[in-house]
Design a protein around this ligand. Structure first.
Ligand SMILES: *Cc1c(COP(=O)(O)O)cnc(C)c1O
Length: 369
């Protein structure tokens, strides 16, 4: 059997030929393909304003800057995410205030959000974990009552819906990632969806050197902007991917359905199978202590059987950077349990249903049931 990684992008021949065409055209940096990619993403997100970025991390950082968040401000965010989420908060000089997540949805606990609000709180940065929407009604209700911005880390959630509405087609500032591990890719890349044209103009300055051009083409520099514009080569990959996003996500959902059907191990906590899930990841919690094996040893044995396993993620607040903010073990029991027990099983559009069965058989073989 060929090695089965936990994820793998599906870039078709048409896209590869398209990329070659862009490379031959002589226009490699931001140009017509970026324009087309942003327009199609905007169509996909029901006409919202959409800007592409070289990464979701860059998009999140610029989103915080658009809101004017910095020194002395607090941003509430889940203790279960990738390091990019709290890092960008620190990069603009603000403080990430962690809260726990729900053990089933793995999404931010709204009661905990409410309790974490202080006079310094400026924004909530939720994560639609593994592709399952956070409770957007609850989130925006809290934000409205406390006059807070919401910056959605939707890195896992392109194609996710909340009550039938696509994430990024509504709400405040919404950031997507197109890293190769995500549901669609531009190699590296991301996008920000927003609704206010004035904030979009500010974004354009922040994304590209702070440069403002007037109608005659005269340039001024009005703020110390960064450099986050996507290349046309990357955007051409994105155009080929966006066309197939629904197909990709449908296949992910069918593979996950098969994981649920085949799962036989007891005492594991499978992810919540909620409506509108884009199934970026399928990550059950396995109580390794009960099976008398370490997670590391389990992953090594799976690897020996030709199967890749990921860990998404260790609880954020236990990393040394955030411990320095005063966090420690015991602060967020659900995030800590997920951090200890989670394993990301192979899931990508090119997988076959038989691959799901091989993964399940390998797990059962190792854990002995
Ligand atoms: C991947 C990811 C990011 C960062 O995306 P990049 O495009 O790699 O910058 C941010 N947050 C979460 C939750 C992610 O999974």
């Amino acid at each position: 059997m060929e090695y089965l990684p936990f994820t793998k992008p599906d870039v078709d021949e048409e896209t590869i030929l398209g990329v070659a065409e862009v490379l031959r055209s002589g226009w490699l940096a931001t140009g017509p393909n970026v324009q087309a990619f942003e327009a199609q993403l905007s169509d996909y997100l029901e006409g919202r304003i959409v800007r592409s970025f070289t990464s979701a991390t860059g998009a999140l950082e610029v989103a915080l800057e658009i809101c004017g968040i910095g020194e002395g401000d607090e941003v509430i965010t889940p203790a279960m995410s990738f390091a990019a989420t709290p890092n960008v908060i620190m990069r603009v000089g603000a403080k990430p205030v962690f809260v726990d997540v729900d053990i089933h949805s793995r999404n931010i606990d709204l009661d905990a959000v409410e309790k974490a609000i202080t006079p310094k709180t400026r924004a909530i940065m939720p994560v639609h974990f593994a592709g399952l929407s956070a409770n957007c009604d609850g989130l925006y209700d809290i934000a409205q009552r406390h006059d807070l911005r919401v910056i959605e880390d939707a890195a896992h959630a392109i194609g996710t819906t909340w009550h039938g509405k696509k994430i990024g087609s509504f709400g405040d500032l919404v950031s997507f990632s197109f890293h190769p591990n995500k549901n669609m890719t531009t190699i590296e890349g991301g996008a920000l969806s927003l609704s206010d044209p004035l904030e979009a103009e500010k974004l354009d300055r922040l994304r590209f050197h702070g440069i403002l051009k007037d109608d005659e083409g005269n340039q001024d520099v009005v703020l110390p902007g960064g450099k986050y514009n996507l290349s046309d080569v990357a955007a051409r990959v994105g155009l080929g991917q966006l066309k197939r996003l629904e197909e990709f996500n449908e296949k992910r959902a069918r593979l996950v359905e098969h994981y649920f059907e085949c799962w036989s191990l007891e005492n594991c906590l499978l992810p919540a199978n909620g409506a509108g899930h884009s199934w970026h990841m399928f990550a059950p919690l396995i109580p390794f202590e009960d099976f008398r094996i370490s997670r590391q040893a389990f992953i090594k044995k799976m690897h020996e059987k030709g199967i890749g396993i990921g860990i998404h993620y260790p609880a954020l607040h236990l990393f040394s950077l955030y411990r320095k903010l005063g966090y420690r073990e015991g602060d967020f029991p659900n995030a800590e349990r997920i951090g200890r027990e989670t394993v990301t099983l192979p899931l990508f559009p090119k997988m076959e249903f038989g691959d799901v069965e091989s993964v399940i058989a390998a797990i059962s073989g190792i854990l002995g049931s």
